[in-house]
Design a protein around this ligand. Structure first.
Ligand SMILES: Nc1ncnc2c1ncn2[C@@H]1O[C@H](COP(=O)(O)OP(=O)(O)OP(=O)(O)O)[C@@H](O)[C@H]1O
Ligand SMILES: [Mg+2]
Length: 286
């Protein structure tokens, strides 16, 4: 089992635009512009916290592979400084959605916008430059390179600053202890941490993670979710978290989107969805 235990981190790379006020976790007021269709907002929402504007806006998006249409008229928003979980059965289209946002797939119709700027006619490199970091399924760690070399690949080209690297090591001390080892010697949990650390070094505005818990032991998954919640709380990072592990994702998410057969079946407050036995059972089976 991977050892990803850590002391309180000293700091992490700041997102390019710090939050005007720290988010208040799962009780944060939902964005009124994207009020859930199926789920009522919780009574506990703090009335004084202004809703965050959406960072990512997906409108009427259809996409797929060649003639095969996978996503059908997806409309959703990802509020800034929050964690939005995307859940759904195998084949629902979760990975296809992330690939379309990051520019790997060109949409057949519809738009994807980051802070008001259209992404869907841009290259993968341009989308990354605008602030979208995509950690794909399978993690993408280069096994022949050391931990530190892998991390350096993620840095924005213009930075020679070691403090960002140090901040990632503070966040993931087990990587610091292994900085000179090849990626091939890392456990699954450590590889996931490395992939996330590398993505953070690009100083993204939006971090997209595709099934980060896949194949990890429950203790490691819990540690990973805690790191995400911690990052969000301290830096205001915006996270789009695709997960099969719905329980873990719901434990840290502010909002939830459930995809079913390539369409949005649920879009709402994560805590309200998690506590709604009927909806949860209907869409997630538990
Ligand atoms: N390269 C491809 N070419 C053709 N069809 C594909 C391709 N990749 C995925 N698909 C199909 O698109 C649909 C959605 O796949 P996708 O990988 O987006 O689902 P997912 O929700 O991420 O599933 P999982 O939970 O298993 O990762 C599936 O029916 C899949 O077979
Ligand atoms: Mg997938």
């Amino acid at each position: 089992m991977a050892d990803v235990s850590r002391p309180e981190p000293a700091g992490v790379p700041e997102p390019r635009r710090p939050p005007p006020s720290p988010p208040s976790g799962r009780d944060a007021e939902p964005d009124s512009a994207t009020a859930p269709d199926l789920i009522a907002a919780p009574d506990t929402a703090a009335p004084t916290t202004p809703p965050s504007p959406p960072l990512l806006e997906i409108t009427d998006l259809s996409a797929g592979y060649g003639p095969v249409r996978v996503l059908h008229n997806i409309t959703l928003t990802v509020p800034e400084h929050g964690i939005t979980a995307v859940l759904g059965a195998n084949g629902a289209g979760k990975t296809t959605l992330l690939r379309t946002v990051s520019g790997l797939i060109r949409p057949a119709s519809g738009t994807v916008a980051l802070a008001g700027r259209l992404l869907n006619r841009r290259s993968v490199e341009d989308v990354a430059r605008l602030g979208v970091a995509h950690v794909p399924e399978g993690r993408g760690v280069i096994l022949e390179l050391t931990v530190e070399e892998n991390l350096r690949l993620g840095r924005r080209r213009d930075t020679r600053d070691r403090s960002a690297l140090s901040a990632v090591y503070d966040l993931f001390p087990s990587l610091a202890a292994r900085r000179s080892r090849p990626g091939s010697t890392l456990s699954g949990g450590e590889r996931q941490m490395l992939a996330i650390g590398r993505a953070l070094l690009a100083e993204p505005r939006l971090l997209m993670l595709d099934e980060p818990s896949l194949g990890l032991a429950p203790r490691v998954v819990a540690r990973l979710m805690a790191v995400l919640a911690d990052l969000r709380a301290r830096t205001g990072l915006t996270v789009l978290l695709v997960e099969q592990n719905a329980r873990s994702a719901l434990s840290v998410a502010d909002r939830v989107v459930v995809l079913s057969l390539g369409a949005v079946a649920v879009d709402g407050d994560a805590a309200a969805f998690a506590s709604d036995d009927r909806l949860r059972h209907a869409y997630l089976g538990f």
